[in-house]
Ligand binder design. Structure first.
Ligand code: NAD
Ligand code: MG
Length: 333
């Protein structure tokens, strides 16, 4: 079993007199900045002066500076701009202002692990990756709990890098839920493999193909939507709360028997073989290279794929049903 760190294992002292410069004020930036501030730390924000986030951070009561200024003022620099823009921002604004003994903190290992950001020897490079989107990190903190997080040390110049990472995780509220130590390599690769094979890629295709088969069999798309998509959330909620066995005990006996006997024939060894191939492409760096090249060329392929999904009948009927049932209004980014 891996070691899990909780509140009582960690002291915040390592960072209590430090200035935290949060670069980027999006999903993670806003939530992390607010949680750190509520934990009694001095937090400043570094942004592009022309960006939308500037006013928002000011309205939330933060001191806001340009990225270069914030990096000069900060002892600990949180890199919370999107992964694909980090290398350019790092080169232009962070690297020239980074002095000895500073700490660079990431929420995902992508740029460090794939060598797209190369840091000097005389700083600490750490990761504190909350395992939830920013709004959830904030919401659970406000309710007195937290979300789990991974921490990792890539470079330990000060000899105290791990202590710093744990203290940050505590200030974010994550040690209330449990913090696990990992490496930049494991966090990055497992995150990409998981999102491609299961969470984002796998789920979309499972739902989409399941919907298509129901419609091809002649059932109305509305009914197919309920069966292949809407109910997936109900089943996932049960798995999340009770595990797979708990979910199986909550569905009918017929669903239990049908699911256990037919499931492995649908998602068969050959799907697992495809998953292994996806994992290999992540581990070899081939996927990262493809994505960085695509992004540099303007992201046309991604835009085309997004348009294709938006036009899929599942999305058309889904939007209708969500509006009908009042769900679409309450959707958040
Ligand atoms: P985001 O897209 O929500 O926010 C990015 C912010 O960066 C923007 O609000 C803006 O303030 C700034 N920004 C955007 N483009 C910029 C540019 N060209 N120049 C300067 N500033 C710019 O990003 P995010 O999802 O919070 O991701 C930040 C980091 O957190 C990434 O490393 C990501 O992998 C990691 N992470 C995200 C999540 C998540 O659920 N969103 C979870 C864990 C880790
Ligand atoms: Mg991910």
């Amino acid at each position: 079993m891996v070691k899990v760190y909780f509140d009582s294992d960690v002291k915040i002292d390592a960072i209590k007199d430090k200035t935290i410069a949060v670069i980027g004020y999006g999903s993670q930036g806003r939530a992390q900045a607010m949680n750190m501030r509520d934990s009694g730390l001095r937090v400043i924000i570094g942004l592009r002066p022309e960006g939308h986030s500037w006013e928002r951070a000011k309205r939330d009561g933060f001191e806001v500076y340009t990225v270069s200024e914030a990096v000069k003022m900060g002892d600990i620099i949180f890199m919370l701009v999107p992964d694909m823009v980090q290398p350019a921002i790092y080169k232009e604004h962070v690297e020239p202002n980074l002095s000895e003994g500073r700490v660079l903190d990431f929420a995902h290992g992508f740029n460090i692990h794939f060598g797209l950001i190369k840091t000097p020897r005389n700083v600490d490079v750490i990761m504190v990756a909350p395992k939830a989107p920013g709004p959830r990190l904030r919401e659970t903190f406000l309710s007195g709990f937290g979300v789990p997080a991974l921490i990792a040390v890539y470079q330990d110049y000060s000899g105290r890098a791990k202590e710093t990472a744990l203290a940050i995780a505590k200030a974010l509220g994550c040690t209330r839920a449990g913090v696990i130590e990992t490496t930049f390599k494991d966090e990055t690769e497992s995150d990409l493999i998981g999102e491609q094979t299961v969470l984002v890629g796998g789920l979309i295709e499972l739902i989409k193909k399941g919907f298509e088969v129901l419609v091809e069999c002649g059932y109305p798309p509305e009914l197919a939507y309920f069966e292949a998509c809407n109910e997936a959330k109900l089943i996932m909620d049960l798995i999340y709360e009770r595990g797979i066995s708990g979910m199986l005990m909550a569905v009918s006996e017929t669903a239990r028997y049908g699911g256990l006997t037919v499931g492995p024939k649908v998602i068969d060894e050959h799907v697992k073989e495809n998953m292994r191939r996806a994992a290999m492409r992540v581990r070899s760096g081939e996927f990262a290279k493809e994505w960085v090249d695509e992004y540099k060329l303007g992201g046309e392929k991604l835009k085309r794929l997004m348009r294709e999904i938006e036009e899929h009948p599942l999305e058309k009927v889904g939007s209708f049903i969500r509006r009908m049932s009042g769900l679409e209004k309450s959707q958040q980014a």
